[in-house]
Design a protein around this ligand. Structure first.
Ligand code: PGA
Length: 239
């Protein structure tokens, strides 16, 4: 099973800072085949970061894309241009976009379909809010989030990231058992071979169990991917 370490740099770094971090990572982890390392800089940094990582083993991902290939959509970014700059992966349905930018499942479904049609590998984020977990609704929320966007074809290209909303950037994580339970739920619903990642406050000091799990296919990392040292420690836990 391929394992993935995906860095979500969100809107935390300038173009210069993104290039500097990409350069440090390239110097330190270029030779890795497993885990597969994907970095997702802010959209305006993609092109320059692509130059920095060149043909190394580090792959490029985007944090979002429009649901249309072309159109009158002021401010949106087309998947065609993401591919032109060298992105191979795209994060879709991140909870920050669902919650702050009102992305709904119709938009996410269209994005997923377009990404698959064009050959971008989608990293679909799902996860429950704290109140949903407390109400015992975690499973129902995850299944609904999957069902409402799941396409009929090419599903073998999809990566799912289970990211409980309450664990993102808070220092709290689910236990390994809870993460594996949700991963099993996702696989039972959508296919045993589907890669399911965990995301939410992954750090060098808690990565061990997640990295060694044979039920998880890796991690999606925000804050701890912003320094080469901590991200390299996370990657090393997979080796
Ligand atoms: P975090 O973010 O690692 O900072 O919690 C993860 C994410 O939002 O993808």
């Amino acid at each position: 099973m391929d394992k993935f370490c995906i860095a979500n740099w969100k809107m935390q770094l300038t173009i210069k800072e993104s290039c500097q971090l990409a350069k440090e990572l390239r110097e330190r982890i270029d030779f890795f085949d497993q885990p597969k390392v994907v970095i997702c800089p802010t959209a305006t940094a993609l092109s320059e970061v692509a130059q920095v990582i060149g043909n190394s083993s580090i792959k490029l991902g985007a944090q979002n894309m429009s649901w249309l290939e072309r159109g009158s959509l002021t401010g949106e970014v087309s998947a065609l241009t993401l591919q032109e700059v060298g992105a191979e992966y795209v994060i879709l349905g991140h909870s920050e976009r669902r919650n702050y930018l009102r992305e709904d499942s119709m938009m996410i479904k269209d994005k997923l379909l377009l990404a698959l049609r064009l050959g971008l590998r989608p990293v679909l984020c799902v996860g429950e809010k704290e109140e949903e977990r407390l109400a015992g609704a975690t499973q129902q929320v995850i299944v609904e989030q999957l069902e409402s966007v799941w396409p009929a074809q090419q599903t073998d290209k999809i990566i799912v990231a289970y990211e409980p909303v309450w664990a993102i950037g808070t220092g709290q994580t689910v236990s390994l058992e809870q993460a594996e339970e949700v991963a099993a739920l996702i696989k039972n619903n959508k296919g045993a071979d589907l890669p399911v990642l965990y995301g939410g406050s992954v750090q060098p000091d808690n990565i061990g169990a997640f990295a060694q799990s044979d039920k998880l296919a890796g991690v999606l990392v925000g804050g701890a991917s912003l320094q080469a040292d901590s991200f390299v420690k996370i990657i090393n836990a997979f080796i």
